[in-house]
Each structure stands twice: as structure tokens, then as C-alpha cells.
Design a binder for this molecule. Sequence first.
Ligand code: FMN
Length: 188
Amino acid sequence: MRVKRKSIGTHYSMCVQPTFIIGTYNENGNPDFAPITWISVTCEGEDYLLVVSMYGTKQTKQNIVRTKQLSVNLVSTDMLELVDYFGSTSGKDRWKNDISYSYTVSEYVHAPLLDSSRWIYECEVSEVVKTGESDTFFCRIKNIQIDEDIKVGDTFEIDLVEFKPVIYSGQYHSIGKNLGKIGDFYKK
Ligand SMILES: Cc1cc2nc3c(=O)[nH]c(=O)nc-3n(C[C@H](O)[C@H](O)[C@H](O)COP(=O)(O)O)c2cc1C
């Protein structure tokens, strides 16, 4: 099939990204949480590095620059109120505690873990790259915690559907079915 396309300019961001809430500690010890969707991955040797990018002077960014530690909490579809709340308030103004949520202290990094998340990376920053007003943090993964009721196989054997992730591309979406794995569709 050949798709008939049209040009629409350059100011669209159709970046399909899972939604994560970043957890950090403020200087006074209060936790701060903020949704960040500019998240990707790369590797160094055998290790994966999470690539987390933030714009401006948000509290989360200041906390990461100060502590170099963060939690990266996957957002599932039952966490949309939390995302909206954390994303429309700033820890710069005050502690975000207008709605009910709970967190746990990480044993691996100096960062709070969101109790409602089904997949959490506990990370330490190893490098920062600045582009204009954005900072991109390359983060070493010190530990991963997942919902104990969800089974995963090897590195690539993860059924995302079970985690009910919220996908962000300007608006919130959920995902449909697991279509299969590499090699299921093209046979030599
Ligand atoms: C769905 C969603 C995704 C967001 N993604 C990002 C992002 O990738 N990078 C960023 O710098 N800000 C992003 N934000 C904005 C921050 O979450 C927002 O500025 C927040 O208030 C920062 O809180 P803080 O000052 O306590 O860190 C996003 C907001 C929402 C609602």
C-alpha cells in the first residue's frame, strides 16, 4: 500500500512515549514527584542507561542536579489523576500533598518510590548534557522493582499490556494488544 501524505510544518511533537513520574527529594527532605515523558534508553558496555530530559528550572531538575539520584516510576492507567496533579503543580511553590498518595524510601538511591507504580527504576546520574534550557541526564540503573504479581521473562520478554502503561503524545493514551515478538512476522 502507498500512503498519500501531506506536509504539516515542523511544530508537531508526535513522540510516542511512556509516561513516568520522577521522584526526588527537596533540600528540606520532602519528596517531590513530577511527570516526565522525555525518556529514552541507551547503553554503556553491558549496562542500560536511562536518558531523562527536562526543560526549564523545575524543582525536580534542581533536586537531581543537587543529589544526582532519582526514581523513575511508570504510570499506569489508574494513576492519571496523580500525573495531572503532579504535572500542574511545582515543588518550587510547596510540598505537593493536596491529593492522597503514598511513597516508600528507596534502599538503593536517595529518592522516594511511588507506591502505586508497577515498574520503578532506581537511578543515579552519570552524565548531563545541556541543550539550551534543557538538561538531559544519563542515568545508571541501580535497581528495578516491579509489581510482584506480574511475570517477566528475559530482558525483552515483557508483556507491556500487563503494566497498563499510559502513553503520552501530547495527550494520554493506553495500549491495546501484545502483537508478538521479533521474528514472528518475517521468516527467511
Ligand atoms: C504528561 C506530562 C508530561 C511531562 N513531561 C515533561 C518532560 O518530559 N520534561 C519536562 O521538562 N517537563 C515535563 N512535564 C512538566 C512537569 O511535569 C511540570 O513542569 C511539573 O510541574 C514540574 O514539577 P516540579 O517543579 O515539582 O519538578 C510534563 C507534564 C505532564 C503533565
